[in-house]
Design a protein around this ligand. Structure first.
Ligand code: COA
Length: 260
């Protein structure tokens, strides 16, 4: 499938989704957000796709933010609606139920940083730069960044980034836990694939329930979160994959998970 501002290339269980407006540093205009929404809905429904890598086209940028041209012309009501729409798209990505890795090939700024934050794991190319420069434009994060960034790197570090609007380089992003690893630029997709393949070797339902337990659980008090974990653990015990995984261990052979 190839849309105007998005390229989706699915093979061998992995979909590589590329934001494709390199002349605008892959800035997220409304059209691109709609395409992202539709693409991730399709990926959620496609049993052949077990994991996703999200990246940007071209040499310079992952995504350099929401489209500033569109932002500059919005009314307050349109601004609120744009923020709510964007939050839903990023929630859909985070709630995909299959691992999503952001392969950050350059600038990940504003909405681009927020998009990377909605992915489950972030791999950055050497030379990538991340930041939330919205305050420099007289606006603020509107796609969940004020919430996901402090949850990931801690309130103090998040507020430093959110309030200064300054970028951090890939090594600093690694140091503060904003990205999981930094790799040479030419190896970005290969390393992201290899990390994703390690996840996909495991039971698909184990992955889905673990993503759910972490995402929902972190928003609950500990006792409720642990009760939710226990419910999912009980549910996983009903699956064929649970029987297959434990039996394969005892029979000293690799498991053959079916996602059932
Ligand atoms: N929205 C719309 N267009 C954008 C954009 C954005 N967020 N970011 C970059 N572009 C466009 C530029 O306007 C330029 O278009 P043009 O060639 O038609 O003039 C093109 O992408 C290339 O960007 P340019 O600024 O010339 O590249 P650079 O290498 O000099 O600078 C950045 C790179 C990332 C530092 C700079 O583009 C930038 O600061 N972008 C905005 C980042 C931002 O504030 N994001 C948050 C938005 S809420």
């Amino acid at each position: 499938m190839s849309e105007k501002n998005l390229i989706v290339d699915a093979r061998d269980g992995v979909a590589v989704v590329t934001v494709n407006r390199p002349d605008k540093l892959n800035a997220l205009n409304d059209r691109t957000m709609e395409e992202l929404d539709a693409a991730f809905q399709g990926l959620a429904d496609d049993p052949a796709v077990r994991g996703v890598i999200l990246t940007g086209a071209g040499e310079k940028a992952f995504v350099a933010g929401a489209d500033i041209g569109e932002l500059s012309a919005q009314s307050p009501v349109q601004g609120q609606e744009r923020s709510l729409r964007g939050q839903k798209v990023l929630d859909r990505i985070e709630g995909l139920g299959k691992p999503v890795i952001a392969a950050i090939n350059g600038f990940a700024l504003g909405g681009g940083c927020e998009l990377a934050l909605a992915c489950h794991v972030r791999v950055a190319a050497e030379g990538a730069r991340l930041g939330t420069p919205e305050v420099k434009l007289g606006i603020m994060c509107g796609y969940g960044g004020t919430q996901r960034l402090p949850r990931l790197v801690g309130r103090g570090r998040a507020l430093e980034m959110l309030l200064t609007g300054e970028m951090v380089d890939a090594q600093e992003a690694l140091r503060i836990g904003l990205v999981n690893r930094v790799v040479p630029k030419e190896k970005l997709l290969e390393e992201s694939q290899s990390l994703l393949r390690k996840m996909l070797a495991n039971g698909p339902l184990s992955l889905r329930f673990t993503l759910d337990a972490v995402a929902r659980g972190l928003e609950m008090p500990l006792d409720q979160a642990q009760a939710h974990e226990a419910t999912l653990f009980g549910l996983i015990c009903t699956t064929e994959d649970m029987k297959e995984g434990t039996r394969a261990f005892l029979e000293k052979r690799p498991p053959r998970f079916q996602g059932r």
